[in-house]
Design a protein around this ligand. Structure first.
Ligand SMILES: Cc1cc2nc3c(=O)[nH]c(=O)nc-3n(C[C@H](O)[C@H](O)[C@H](O)COP(=O)(O)OP(=O)(O)OC[C@H]3O[C@@H](n4cnc5c(N)ncnc54)[C@H](O)[C@@H]3O)c2cc1C
Ligand code: FES
Length: 280
């Protein structure tokens, strides 16, 4: 059982929790994720490890309430125990010392997973430029942590309430236009539509780009096949082959179609949970 040590609400729908999980904290590497079950009979929720401390034994998760299970998790409080917390899962990010600059692009809740990768890359001596973006300024998360983990931090909001007005991939394109070949690697993490746009931008400049995919996952061990994605024309399982892949090779349209597959069932599950719990 994994105890919730600290809970913070960062916006209407975004929450951060520190979980007491010593073994996971000890083994966690940037790019990896956990799968938790909030309460007995609950659903499995895959969430990226946003930060961890091996000495203190905690793992940070940052999540957005989108449906029944994330709503259930958001209603749990400090000192309560999660039914299950398994990880670290997935392949770690392939971090190295690059002979040039690296760009980290985080959109919305995707800002959380770029944090440990940026932190590690900077520790390794890289020049890290992070671009973080959200719809509005109040939805921007982890700005201070990203500032610390990066050499330069650029901000974009859809409505211009902070930083540059527009999508993160436009800031990425501006950067690629001025820095050119000096950018040796890009990581883009966020909603599939945002990662797809970043890949298109990178392709214009022939720049290499890695994305982190978030298909439906069930077991997280490569056995159930739920998380299959097409990369470079081949079937891959995001839980064991990924979650990071070469962005230029990902079939994003298929990923988005598969994510919408259970939309109606997900809507019903949320309505049922809300009526049971008396939530308006
Ligand atoms: C490797 C990985 C890392 C992730 N990291 C984060 C993170 O750090 N923060 C965060 O907020 N979200 C993250 N997600 C997405 C998160 O798992 C889903 O938002 C959550 O499971 C939705 O559950 P729900 O019941 O509240 O919503 P639902 O109503 O069931 O679904 C809402 C949306 O979430 C997707 N979804 C539902 N169940 C799953 C599932 N088991 N696996 C993946 N997607 C699902 C659906 O396709 C739908 O688009 C990650 C997903 C993956 C695969
Ligand atoms: S989640 Fe089951 S194969 Fe990946």
């Amino acid at each position: 059982m994994a105890k919730i040590l600290k809970k913070e609400q960062w916006s209407d729908t975004i929450f951060s929790m520190l979980i007491d999980a010593k073994d996971v904290a000890k083994a966690a590497k940037p790019g990896q994720f956990i799968i938790l079950i909030p309460k007995e009979h609950g659903e499995r929720i895959p969430l990226t490890i946003a930060d961890s401390d091996a000495d203190e034994g905690w793992v940070q998760i940052v999540f957005q309430v989108v449906g029944k299970s994330t709503l259930e998790l958001s209603r749990m409080n400090e000192s309560e125990e999660l039914f299950s917390f398994v990880g670290p899962l997935g392949m770690p990010s392939e971090v190295e010392k690059f002979d040039g600059k690296v760009v980290m692009v985080g959109g919305g809740i995707g800002i959380a997973p770029i944090h440990p990768i940026a932190k590690k890359l900077k520790e390794m001596g890289n020049h890290v430029i992070s671009i973080i973006g959200a719809k509005t300024a109040d939805l921007l998360i982890m700005e201070d942590k990203l500032k610390e983990a990066s050499t330069e931090l650029l901000i974009a909001t859809d409505d211009g309430s902070k930083g540059k007005k527009g999508f993160v991939n436009l800031v990425l394109e501006e950067l690629l236009a001025t820095e050119g070949d000096n950018i040796k690697m890009i990581w883009a993490i966020g909603p599939p539509i945002m990662m797809k746009a970043c890949v298109e931008s990178a392709k214009k400049f022939n720049a290499p780009i890695i994305v982190s995919l978030n298909p439906i996952m069930v077991d997280g061990t490569g056995m159930c096949g739920a998380c299959r994605v097409t990369v470079g024309g081949k079937t891959k399982f995001a839980c064991v082959d990924g979650p990071e892949f070469n962005g230029a090779e990902v079939d994003f349209d298929e990923l988005m179609a598969r994510q919408r597959q259970y939309a109606e069932l997900e809507r019903k599950a949320l309505e049922l949970y809300k009526s049971k719990e008396g939530i308006a």
